[in-house]
Design a protein around this ligand. Structure first.
Ligand SMILES: [Zn+2]
Length: 1081
């Protein structure tokens, strides 16, 4: 080489912007130069539907006129349709391009016959493709095995790689559901669906692709992305641009062989030699740490813009595609959550489950993950339900895969209760994944990798993918963002990239896997300006890497308490009926387990605990706690045709099963005398209902402006003008609990307010900060009258007009008190909202109280969460609406006020104002959400001193109102099956039978088998070390403390008192500890 002395050919420095912009031309499938660029060569051959080589026949599955969108006739089993076809019972018609299929939610089947033309002269290695786009969701079914092969949804998922066929002939079915990946929304996906939508057949082609040209497309795409997205000071960026320009220079649209030359150039100058295989991940500099771990997933919302019925089909479409992809890409790994989805798959497609999915699980490519029944909401499920999410999820995984998940997988749920870490750890889970907090609309969550410590201090190793999505497309930019946006890099710099089409299912595509090989190859070749991407490491290995590099997590920052989601605050209130039935279902199944457990322990020869029935009921409750169903963000179909009937049926079935158990008790008594029982026991009070009032009556007096209710403890004044409560006085101390002098509410308590509720977007999900200051008080009552005036109870009925046709009828009652427990006295309110017909309004009810404290307490699962009542920082401001269970309490040192409710979850406390959220009226995605009439019960409980166990007990009793009767002769033995004494802040919340007991024959049994046992769940409710003694009359032989899966933690010593024939089990609990004991007889 020699340097020329004279320059005859001057060269210019390329102008970066122009040379970068030029790159878009090369792979642009539209535009002016498509034929002059690479798209010209993507296919060697292509034949569209021609009735000669490509024949497509269609069959619209008939359904009853007006049958519901979830009716079984809309989605018959595959075996039925194919069986009918084989029997010649189906009339198929020839399909044509642009033909419409529908309507929404119906099913169309296609029969596809392909004859590859002889003149295609295929080589042995030629891979043919069937290219199909009907813009709805479809799945290819092998007519011989009935196993699914791959799925279509238009867009990025249109290709089926045809298996080899020596005779060039193909025949298969395509089942299509007439909905898009995101349902049938009109205008926008999250608008209410159009039930009369049709989907057009756009493409049915056989293709012999030029795989070399298609590979160059991915090569060029990734390197040109590097040219665009790498930092400006890196030589890698400039070289990527230069090489891509060279590729365009040597490409010749008249010469297909130039494609190979282009590829070689990229391989020689920017990729390593392993770019086309999984080997690429085994090369590169081993000393460089991995920046990004790629993990395939497809988030399938168990219901959202489509019903549960359609989800069952999304599962098989999504997962079969992934199993097929795994054949082609050995490095490919995929995680799938939600035991419910596996259960549906097992029911609908057992052969696919066994023959395709299980082998991929065994080959370490398909991983069940999550450990919960569904990806549930964590704010609103009750205590026991949240525990059972893990109980059923993990037991299902153990039963069908032989292992449980150690990662709680919840990428999309709307906030995370502070009780999650403890329940996870009690269920064999010590790791957590989410990313939803990246949607916060006020504060940016500060960590990517951290320890999340819950209510009792239990922690989970937590990772939030720094790319802020669980549906990455594996673009170069996705990998780059995952590497660059990591907020905890000083401790741990690697991050997970969750790739794959999601929300409506789908999952990764071939293209994504190809792109990732290119990205890894670039970093092997060009050093770590291109992030080092790893594919083929499990989620477990990723979390192990965190532990290995952070001194077992000790180096990581800690976040204590709930992971409050600063968004979607309307979901505590939307879809009131579903939330109400959910609370009622949880209580009813608690009662069923309470009565059935006791009955089966007392009369084992006469009564078999209905384990299978109870488990079925739990599955339905847990299903409806999916993170769009219970929060209220689904389309109307889901509530009207699925969730509400399902929960209603749960309540009815529980009632039937309770009657059966009570019958057994009745049969064991000759006496006709009966006695009511409660289904909760307390250490500080009797468990019997008090049926008569021996003490002073309640009084009601009416003056010109007020009606006054009073009992031994409280005097309550109600304005005859506004109907609201203007004074609540403790007659013992003469303390006034309301504050009408200060703050914005000067009207009174039980004061209804209508807020404007027009969020920026996401109507069913969101209520926004500005709504808080746009409100109208409903302070002109139409009627205020005494509606009940008996010795036991006095009530005032108030009627308040809202808008045209809508009224609120609210009844304020005070009951007589026993002298012995007059401190339990509270004001009971029943509100009927008649014909709620608002548009984008939010109805709340306010209680201005004479309390001042920086914090209010809200009941959460097995405990309380304290939240600010001020707006000091933006983090405090963000909590302008929060989630509460059965009570919210606002207390200062000397006194406080608790508000109980029977079915509500939205609450706020600021300044001197407590506010219960009652009804919203979003118009999307359900146009009729919450329209109609509603009943709500709540209560005002003024109390001396700070928040105490009395609030906890009264709020429980306010909800557990069902009365059951047992024969008087059996009452004592029934009562003594389980009792509790000691610290009153410890709650005995649930009893159930041991799942692995021999006599109950549970469908979830897996462990060691006891003859008969009873699980007793207790928890410390207010935050303090406590001691109690459990007492039982059962002849117990052994007591063990168990975890939430009912595995033994330790043996517990107990004493037997032969005189009273009871056993006593002393227990110590840490603050907010949830503990379970198995009492074995
Ligand atoms: Zn989701």
């Amino acid at each position: 080489m020699s340097y020329e002395r004279v320059n005859y050919d001057p060269t210019f420095k390329p102008v970066q912007g122009i040379y970068e912009n030029r790159l878009r031309q090369f792979i642009n499938n539209g535009g002016d130069y498509k034929d002059l660029n690479l798209p010209k060569f993507y296919d060697y051959k292509r034949i569209s539907l021609d009735r000669n080589h490509v024949k497509v026949y269609w069959y619209q599955v008939p359904f009853e006129k007006n049958s519901s969108p979830v009716s079984p006739d809309k989605r018959p089993p595959w075996s039925e349709v194919i069986g009918n076809d084989k029997a010649g019972k189906i009339y198929w018609q020839e399909a044509s391009i642009n033909q419409p299929f529908g309507p929404s939610w119906s099913t169309t089947w296609f029969k596809v016959e392909l004859h590859i033309p002889k003149d295609w002269m295929l080589n042995e290695n030629d891979q043919l493709v069937f290219d199909w786009d009907c813009s709805n969701e479809g799945v290819v079914i092998d007519p011989n095995t009935l196993n699914p092969k791959t799925a279509f949804s238009g867009g990025d998922r249109t290709e089926y790689l045809l298996p080899k066929a020596d005779d060039g002939k193909y025949f298969f079915y395509v089942e299509t559901g007439n909905n898009g990946m995101f349902g049938c929304g009109e205008g926008s996906d999250i608008n209410p669906p159009n039930d009369n939508r049709y989907f057009h057949l756009k493409k049915a082609d056989i293709v012999l692709p030029d795989w070399e040209a298609r590979a160059l497309y991915i090569d060029f795409w990734m390197v040109s992305d590097a040219a665009r997205e790498l930092p400006g000071d890196s030589w890698q960026k400039h070289q990527a641009r230069t090489i891509c320009n060279k590729v365009m220079d040597i490409f010749d649209p008249k010469d297909r062989s130039s494609v190979k030359r282009c590829r070689n150039l990229l391989k020689n100058e920017y990729f390593d030699k392993y770019v086309d295989s999984a080997d690429v991940y085994r090369h590169g500099n081993e000393d460089i740490l991995t920046d990004v771990y790629g993990m395939g997933n497809c988030h399938i919302d168990t219901a959202w813009l489509w019903p549960f019925a359609e989800t069952r089909r999304k599962i098989v479409r999504s997962w079969s595609s992934q199993c097929t992809l795994m054949e082609e890409y050995p490095e490919y790994q995929f995680v799938a959550s939600q035991a419910q989805q596996f259960k549906w798959l097992l029911e609908d497609h057992p052969r696919f489950f066994k023959e395709c999915l299980i082998p991929k699980f065994q080959q370490n490519q398909f991983f069940p993950i999550g450990g919960s029944w569904v990806e549930n909401d964590t704010n609103m499920p009750g205590s026991e339900a949240l525990a059972r999410q893990f109980f059923f999820g993990q037991r299902f995984f153990l039963k069908h895969f032989g292992s449980k998940s150690t990662v709680f997988w919840l990428p999309d749920t709307f906030g995370y209760s502070s009780q999650v870490p403890q329940l996870c750890q009690l269920s064999g889970i010590d790791k957590f994944l989410t990313q939803k907090l990246s949607w916060n609309n006020i504060n940016s969550f500060p960590h990517s990798t951290f320890n999340w410590a819950g209510l009792d201090g239990t922690q989970l190793l937590t990772h939030m993918p720094p790319g802020n999505t669980y549906t990455a497309d594996s673009h170069f930019g996705d990998v780059l963002r995952t590497a660059k946006q990591n907020k905890t890099s000083e401790y741990y710099g690697s991050g997970l990239m969750l790739y794959g089409k999601g929300d409506g299912g789908g999952g990764p595509t071939r293209e994504m896997l190809e792109k990732m090989r290119r990205i890894r190859s670039m970093s092997n070749r060009n050093g770590n300006v291109v992030p080092k991407l790893e594919v083929g490491k499990t989620i477990e290995e990723f979390y192990d890497d965190i532990l290995a590099r952070t001194d077992n997590g000790k180096d990581l920052p800690t976040w204590s308490g709930e992971l409050y989601f600063e968004f979607h605050r309307g979901t505590y209130t939307s879809q009131a009926n579903t939330k109400r039935l959910m609370r009622f279902s949880e209580i009813k199944i608690h009662d069923l387990e309470w009565i059935a457990t006791k009955t089966s322990m007392l009369f084992p020869d006469q009564y078999i605990y209905p384990a299978k029935e109870i488990n079925d009921l739990w599955e339905n409750i847990l299903l409806c706690q999916f993170h769009d169903v219970l929060p209220g963000s689904c389309i109307e179909i889901v509530y009207k045709h699925e969730a509400l009937p399902m929960l209603q049926a749960v309540i009815e079935k529980c009632a039937d099963l309770i009657i059966e158990a009570l019958k057994v008790l009745k049969n064991n008594s000759k006496s006709q005398n009966i006695k009511p029982i409660k289904t909760l026991v307390w250490s500080d009070s009797d468990s019997a209902f008090v049926s008569s009032v021996e003490e002073s009556a309640v009084k009601v007096t009416e003056a010109s402006e007020y009606i006054t209710l009073s009992n031994e403890k409280l005097k309550v004044m109600i304005s005859k003008q506004s109907g609201s409560i203007t004074s609540i006085i403790d007659l013992d101390t003469e303390v006034e609990y309301l504050d009408l002098k200060n703050g914005r509410n000067k009207h009174g308590a039980n004061q209804f307010v209508i807020f404007d509720d027009k969020p920026l977007s996401w109507q069913a999900w969101d209520t926004e900060l500005y709504s808080v200051n746009q409100y109208t008080y409903l302070n002109k009552a139409e009627t205020v009258v005494i509606s009940e005036n008996s010795k036991d109870k006095a009530s005032v009925k108030v009627i308040i007009p809202v808008e045209e046709g809508c009224k609120i009828i609210t009844t304020i009652s005070l009951s007589a008190t026993l002298n012995s427990n007059k401190d339990d006295s509270f004001i009971d309110i029943h509100t009927h909202v008649d014909n709620w017909n608002a548009r984008n309004k939010f109805l709340k009810v306010e209680f201005p109280v004479k309390v001042r404290s920086d914090f209010a307490s809200y009941e959460t699962q097995f405990g309380i969460t304290r939240r600010p009542t001020h707006y000091n920082t933006s983090w405090d401001v963000a909590k302008f609406e929060v989630c509460s269970h059965k009570f919210a309490d606002y207390s200062e040192y000397n006194k406080g006020v608790s508000i109980f409710n029977d079915s509500k979850f939205g609450f706020s406390t600021h300044g001197n104002l407590m506010r219960l959220s009652i009804l919203r009226s979003p118009k999307a995605p359900d146009a009729h959400a919450d329209m109609g009439s509603h009943d709500i019960r709540y209560a005002i409980y003024p109390h001396a001193g700070a928040l105490s166990s009395t609030t906890v007990r009264l709020a429980h009793e306010f909800n557990y109102i069902h009365r059951y009767e047992v024969p008087a002769t059996i009452y004592d033995s029934f009562d003594q099956v389980i009792k509790i004494t000691g610290d009153s802040n410890v709650v005995l919340s649930n009893i159930k039978r041991g799942e692995d007991d021999v006599d109950i024959n549970s469908n979830y049994a897996i462990g060691q088998h006891e003859k008969r046992s009873m699980i007793v769940r207790v928890y410390e409710s207010l935050g303090g070390d406590s001691s109690v003694v459990l007492k039982t009359s059962l002849p117990i032989k052994k007591v063990v403390k168990v975890d939430n899966l009912e595995n033994e933690i330790e043996v517990v010593t107990f004493t037997s008192n032969s005189k009273t024939s009871t056993a006593e089990i002393p227990i110590n609990l840490n603050a907010f500890e949830v503990a379970s004991y198995k009492l074995c007889v």
